[in-house]
Design a binder for this molecule. Structure first.
Ligand code: SAM
Length: 183
């Protein structure tokens, strides 16, 4: 499945860490890229690109000033649009429908906010989805959503030779081992 994450309202310096975490979760849990909006942040772009470069894969990060036209573009390109918000419908009620819809075209745009999300986003979204109807975090919401969208498959995915990472972890019961795959 082709999953892109759209992160709205990035604020400097307040969201430096959390948007980085959003991007790392998006990458590790199987999204192909992240687009962020709000304030442009070259150091965010550099740090996410350098993780992707070291650990492998083709994860992309890009900036989009006008997020409404970005959402419209994804809609036009047949992406199913899921906006994560505590005000939305419970994930468990909608996930089967989202997976079936997304499976048909295999394309999903997942939107998460930072500050107040404008009403137009709720209208443009095919689904407004709550991961519990309680306030928490975009990082947690995204992780749970991606896990359910991929039916847990991202946990088995492994970052194999095709990912062309420069380093790789060797899973261990105890201790740490990182292998360099290129010298
Ligand atoms: N007060 C903000 C609002 O009106 O949307 C929420 C701020 S919250 C820290 C930032 C983002 O986390 C939200 O825009 C949403 O994407 C996500 N989020 C937080 N709680 C959520 C929940 N229970 N379900 C789904 N997404 C949630």
């Amino acid at each position: 499945m082709d999953i892109t994450v759209l992160r709205l309202g990035h604020r400097l310096p307040r969201d430096e860490r959390i948007t980085t975490h959003v991007a790392l979760v998006a990458r590790a849990f199987g999204a192909t890229g992240i687009i962020y909006s709000g304030q442009q942040d070259s150091s965010l772009e550099k740090s996410v690109s350098s993780v992707a470069n070291a650990w492998g894969g083709t994860f992309s990060i890009s900036y989009e000033k006008n997020f409404i036209s970005a959402i419209k573009r994804f809609k036009k390109n047949d992406f199913t649009i899921a906006h994560l918000t505590m005000y939305g419908m419970p994930l468990s009620e909608k996930m089967a429908e989202i997976r079936n819809g997304a499976k048909k075209n295999q394309k999903l745009l997942v939107i998460i906010g930072a500050e107040r999300v404008p009403g137009e986003v709720y209208e443009l979204a095919d689904y407004n989805i709550a991961i519990t109807s309680q306030p928490h975090s975009e990082v947690a919401a995204l992780a749970i959503f991606l896990d359910r969208a991929m039916d847990g498959k991202e946990l088995e995915r492994g970052f194999d030779e095709n990912f062309k990472g420069k380093i790789k972890l060797v899973p261990k019961e105890k201790g740490k081992e990182i292998k360099k795959t290129v010298s």
